[in-house]
Design a protein around this ligand. Structure first.
Ligand code: HEC
Ligand code: HEC
Ligand code: HEC
Ligand code: HEC
Ligand code: HEC
Ligand code: HEC
Ligand code: HEC
Ligand code: HEC
Ligand code: HEC
Length: 365
């Protein structure tokens, strides 16, 4: 009785396990099989097509690449949902990443309003309009099968790779940037503190420089450069002073720009943008011999005398030259005058009070 009962229970248990395991096995094998099905054709290293204009497109997919990416657990059709039919009736379309990457998605794909700003960016708008086939989709910056976390140094979006990623399309700017102090420092010194393209433009929120809200619109530029150049913790490490920002803000240009004088010089009007170099480099726009040309853009007739004075002047420093001594003189002159004034008033009060005491004494007598 006892043994028969336990035997029946064991049978029941086995059956229950089978009921759970078989569908699971079927499911996983079908997912696996689906990938394998794709790889029957796309797993062949020489699989390619030639389009009508004679251009060769390689259709080989290295599965190991996907396995190393953030999407290791995703199936081919998770992204290429329109490629299920085999043979494909039409060539599959480009992948829409936001099919999974949206707020509240059941896939567990990271969700953030930050990268949805892409829709409002200069790139996203061009894509939405559909007129510019060259504007980047998510995958043009992130990669297709080899997407990695930004912290991974091999990611296309990692600090050291961003310029190359943007540079695929913005070729000339890339070349100029790579020769600037910021580009050289990033690539030659692997400097984590210098701006790559996104350090000045943002990532998903990139706007045209003509857009008032842009980080590179004249007013935005001052904020963008100051983000690092007003922080001793960032630029101090490289022997660069932070007073440039404060002195700029107190200058004609700084005050003018702040109060809406759009023609006043921002940091970029004098230093350039993608070609910024230290002032002792002859190619720099603020190299002494180039200053007449740099200032001359807005001050017609600016000559070498324009280059005589220092631009970023902090009058409290001896290095400001004559300005320092004039400021020094005025400071002490003011102090002396005030001291003199106080002494004068004090003496006057003393004289009046002693006169008054004298008068009282005479009256009493
Ligand atoms: C029988 C072979 C075969 C199988 C199996 C196959 N494909 Fe294809 N695939 C092709 C061919 C051929 C093309 C080129 C189609 C064209 O451009 O007209 C193609 C094109 C594609 C493209 C578009 C490439 C491009 O940019 O032009 C994608 C994406 C794709 N396949 C994904 C898949 C997925 C995902 C699977 C599995 C569900 C799969 N394929 C299974 C033959 C195959
Ligand atoms: C994370 C999403 C994702 C997954 C998963 C994925 N792909 Fe792709 N695949 C892309 C993107 C993005 C492209 C680039 C074309 C585009 O923009 O749609 C691409 C391109 C392709 C192409 C065109 C050739 C090429 O390399 O440009 C083929 C073929 C292809 N994928 C097949 C596959 C197969 C087979 C699998 C599964 C083993 C797979 N893909 C998995 C996103 C994905
Ligand atoms: C089928 C759904 C799906 C699609 C389509 C998809 N993803 Fe993902 N993605 C995910 C999931 C799920 C994760 C989280 C993976 C993990 O952390 O294990 C992820 C992770 C990521 C990450 C890492 C995010 C982080 O915060 O670490 C990036 C970047 C990413 N995806 C970009 C893309 C891009 C670009 C595309 C389009 C080519 C794309 N994804 C298409 C599901 C998807
Ligand atoms: C113009 C290039 C560009 C485009 C287009 C773009 N991204 Fe990004 N994305 C980046 C860069 C650069 C970063 C790294 C941000 C950082 O350093 O914090 C990033 C970060 C991310 C992250 C966080 C990843 C991580 O590993 O921390 C996700 C998720 C993401 N992007 C998704 C998307 C999606 C979805 C789209 C399309 C709607 C998209 N991106 C379009 C450049 C781009
Ligand atoms: C796949 C190609 C591609 C990639 C990658 C790309 N862009 Fe663009 N970008 C474009 C196109 C196309 C435009 C629109 C051009 C135009 O309007 O003149 C554009 C416009 C811009 C603009 C506005 C230009 C203007 O005058 O209005 C800026 C700024 C910009 N991109 C910066 C970047 C940065 C920074 C990155 C990297 C994070 C990047 N782009 C990656 C193609 C790309
Ligand atoms: C130090 C800050 C800074 C860095 C780094 C930077 N940019 Fe710019 N970028 C600017 C400024 C400022 C402007 C606006 C120029 C103007 O108003 O004419 C600009 C303008 C642009 C424009 C549109 C106008 C044009 O000149 O065509 C594009 C496109 C662009 N940048 C792409 C890039 C790319 C790609 C990189 C990386 C290789 C990059 N930028 C790195 C500051 C920067
Ligand atoms: C993400 C931080 C960051 C941003 C944004 C940034 N810079 Fe820099 N900049 C640096 C760092 C760090 C260095 C030092 C690099 C080195 O010497 O290796 C530097 C160097 C310089 C130098 C050379 C200084 C010298 O004495 O060698 C100038 C000039 C300069 N930046 C101007 C600008 C201007 C103008 C802007 C805005 C358009 C700007 N920077 C935006 C971080 C930044
Ligand atoms: C009117 C033109 C002008 C403006 C505007 C301007 N600068 Fe300068 N900047 C110069 C000149 C010229 C020098 C060279 C040395 C000097 O006179 O101080 C210089 C020097 C510098 C240096 C030291 C570089 C070196 O090679 O020693 C930094 C850093 C700097 N500026 C950052 C900025 C920042 C950040 C802004 C905006 C907040 C800015 N500048 C605005 C003209 C300008
Ligand atoms: C983008 C245009 C622009 C550039 C470049 C520029 N300035 Fe100016 N500057 C202005 C404007 C606008 C004013 C305020 C209007 C005025 O009074 O002329 C001004 C005012 C001044 C003033 C205040 C006295 C005066 O003449 O009104 C001085 C000094 C000055 N700039 C010096 C320089 C020097 C030195 C350089 C080059 C290193 C330079 N500026 C580059 C636009 C510019």
């Amino acid at each position: 009785m006892n043994t028969r009962g336990s035997l029946a229970r064991r049978k029941r248990d086995n059956l229950r396990w089978l009921l759970i395991l078989v569908p699971l096995l079927l499911l996983s094998s079908s997912a696996e099989a689906r990938v394998q099905k794709c790889l029957i054709c796309h797993g062949k290293p020489d699989f390619k097509k030639v389009d009508t204009s004679g251009r060769v497109k390689h259709l080989y997919v290295d599965e190991d690449v996907i396995k190393r990416s953030v999407h290791a657990k995703k199936t081919c059709t998770g992204c290429h949902f329109d490629a299920i039919e085999i043979p494909h009736r039409e060539a599959p379309q480009r992948v829409h990443c936001v099919r999974c990457h949206y707020r509240g998605n059941p896939e567990g794909a990271p969700q953030s309003d930050k990268y949805l700003e892409y829709n409002e960016s200069v790139h996203g708008k061009q894509v939405a309009k559909g007129t510019n086939k060259k504007a980047p989709l998510c995958q043009d910056c992130h990669g297709d099968h080899e997407i990695r976390h930004t912290k991974d140094p091999l990611a296309q979006t990692a600090h050291l790779n961003v310029a190359r990623t943007c540079g695929k399309c913005h070729i000339e700017i890339y070349a100029v940037y790579m020769n600037s102090i910021h580009g050289r420092s990033t690539y030659e010194k692997k400097n984590p503190d210098t701006p790559d393209c996104t350090g000045c433009h943002g990532e998903h929120s990139i706007l045209s420089p003509k857009d008032l809200e842009s980080t590179v619109y004249p007013i935005g530029v001052v904020k963008t450069c100051s983000h690092c150049h007003a922080e001793i913790g960032i630029v101090g490490k490289y022997g660069i002073e932070v007073e440039q920002v404060a002195t700029y803000e107190d200058s004609f240009h700084g005050i003018g720009l702040k109060y809406g004088l759009k023609t006043a010089a921002s940091c970029a009007s004098c230093h350039g943008t993608h070609n910024i170099l230290p002032h002792d480099d002859p190619r720099s726009s603020v190299y002494i011999e180039n200053i007449p040309r740099t200032c001359g853009k807005c001050h017609p007739g600016a000559n070498i005398n324009y280059a005589r004075g220092k631009i970023h002047i902090d009058p409290s420093k001896r290095s400001a030259g004559i300005v320092f001594y004039v400021a020094f003189l005025f400071k002490w002159l003011t102090i002396l005058v005030i001291l003199g004034l106080i002494t004068h008033i004090g003496l006057d009060l003393y004289r009046r009070s002693s006169q008054w005491r004298e008068l009282k004494k005479n009256q009493r007598m």
